[in-house]
Design a protein around this ligand. Sequence first.
Ligand code: AMP
Length: 415
Amino acid sequence: MTNAVSNTTVSPESDSTAVPTPAAAPAFTFAELGLPEAVVAALARNSITVPSPIQEKALPDAIAGKNVLGRAQTGSGKTLAFGLPILQRLSLHTDRPAAKRPRSLVLVPTRELAFQVVESLAPYANAQGLRVMPAVGGTPFNKQVEQLRRGVDVLVATPGRLADHLRQGTCILDSIEITALDEADQMADMGFLPEVRAVLADTPADGQRMLFSATLDREVQSLVRQFLPDHVEHSTQDGKASVRTMDHYVLMVDRGQKDLVLSEIGAREGGRTIMFARTKLGCDGITDRLRALGIAAESLHGGKAQNQRTRVLERFKNGRTPVLVATDVAARGIHVDGIDLVVHVDPPADHKDYLHRAGRTARAGEKGTVVAIVLPNQRRQVLRLTGMAGVKATAVNVSPGSAELNSITGAKKPT
Ligand code: AMP
């Protein structure tokens, strides 16, 4: 199994069902980044244990003090990608920040985002005794003045309100060590760039800077040229999630209709389908229900003997079995071309598993569709996972026989 590490494209003829793909293990754990134990524990309390793709890429460079340009959208985990390095760096101080002189600055386009960033960072800042404070319009100016006077580690501000504080001398930026610009493209769209430039010009030129943006149009690029001349660039779009020929859908179904929807998907004609379930028992249950309707499905999981698994996979490859129902572990090493539909019957455990499952389709430039069958109570969880994975999923309500279900998956009534 060791050859898998150097051999990223296991040949389609390979029968191995247990070869881990090289990306199977995260590049590092949060603890390995040198984050304090209290922060790692606080992350774990929020179920944050596996770095998201943008975190995996950006955190080591950001913690090393480099300027970072991150291309990532909301939901990708970008707040912690710039927030944890800020906190890490500020935790090295033994004294409190001086009055009116924050040590780091996060610029965001909207009030809502400012509060969200403060809320996201608060548990990890608290764990290290650091003070994070929002400075946005629409809230009392004098209260902010007082808080700034008492000393702030991380100031999370909108450009307009921060400019007011700078003009009045109630905030001074000469002690800023690290600045993050979040959603720079939105700031450009909202016409904030003149203020953003003025603010950045007020921060020490030798400070660390990070800029996150979903897109990099001309205005954002000019900001980068001026304020992050030396930087490393990281993008969620570099990974598997960006395979352009892959379409992602979250299919919302009513609880009582899930089995019917699955059977219509299983009955589709044409390509190969792979369905993912969490457990062996789950796989067998789905397979039995499909077979009872005359659909040639087979299950693949660790409860089967190796020679059985080899034969199941052989029949899937040669087209005799169009539908394979698998667990995550059993499917890890499957490299079969021509799988054009991946179905998450149960939600994946995390964004890594989402990507591993999705990666069974759209191989070698082929087109592929990935659908998650989602009950109303799973909707938030699954949308969060797709966000973490850096994929843009379209959410659609479907029901048995619905036109949407047919057009997305090719589903039809079993005959
Ligand atoms: P963001 O893209 O920063 O707005 O983050 C979206 C959501 O994902 C927030 O609720 C974060 O708390 C959460 N989150 C961030 N990183 C991770 C991670 N590595 N694993 C799971 N959830 C995360």
